[in-house]
Design a protein around this ligand. Sequence first.
Ligand code: ATP
Length: 267
Amino acid sequence: LTREGFSAIPSVKWEDVGGLQSIRDMFEWEIIRRIKNPKCYEGLGADLEAGILLYGPPGCGKTLIAKAVASEAGANFIHIKGPELLNKYVGESELAVRTLFSRARTCSPCILFFDEVDALTTRRGQEGGGVAEQLLGQLLIELDGADQRKGVYVIGATNRPDVMDHALLRPGRFGIPQYVPLPNSYERGLILTALGRKKRIDANVDLMAIGSDSACKNFSGADLSALMNVAAMEVVKDNWNSRNEISDATPWTIKEIHFKRALEKMS
Ligand code: ATP
């Protein structure tokens, strides 16, 4: 496995995630409290589904929220991309899946995050289909053996749930499908606020108003993150005067005008 198969506790906190409140609540109950207070769950039959599937358009926080779950639970996080597992010879991909789960068990509690999980199942019957079929088979075995993988929590992410093999979506496997939508106007403000925590933003800037601006109507979280960066670059450029000298107007902060220019550039 590549570097990506290694585990660490991520540094993403809930406050870094804007919006997505109902998904956060679901993860609180399903995973975080379960890890922190296992006794409350034992003996009730309140068993966890083998896996939770996050689906929806790109850049809306699927990876971010999975990392925040691990971090808030104090759990390790293993990030694996579906296509990487496919990039193997017949036989090796099976081993890769087994190794992945066994590594996750040794560092439990652990969140095993399968990004682009649809890639594991769309190639059945096509070239390279042998690898995909073996891989899927092994993945199903691991998911079905949920009681033997105590402390390993599987989260999958995809932009294409429609092309996924139904065997994976059955209850007991990725049995909790959760749609991660594009943010609405209010949520865009919350995302900008979360992203702005690590930036120097002028006190007069109203991030909620920028989020509700029709100019960023269909922006994803990733687009809003790009907007922040473009606005920050505008500040950097402003700090050089016409003779290409650094101006001494400190402290430099991102102001309304920088967001305005950034929005013009991005539209
Ligand atoms: P993909 O389907 O392309 O893998 P994704 O849904 O996993 O996308 P992320 O990788 O989580 O998207 O998001 C990309 C970046 O966009 C994040 O690193 C973050 O900077 C920003 N972002 C997206 N959604 C949010 C959010 N809800 N709150 C804060 N930042 C967000």
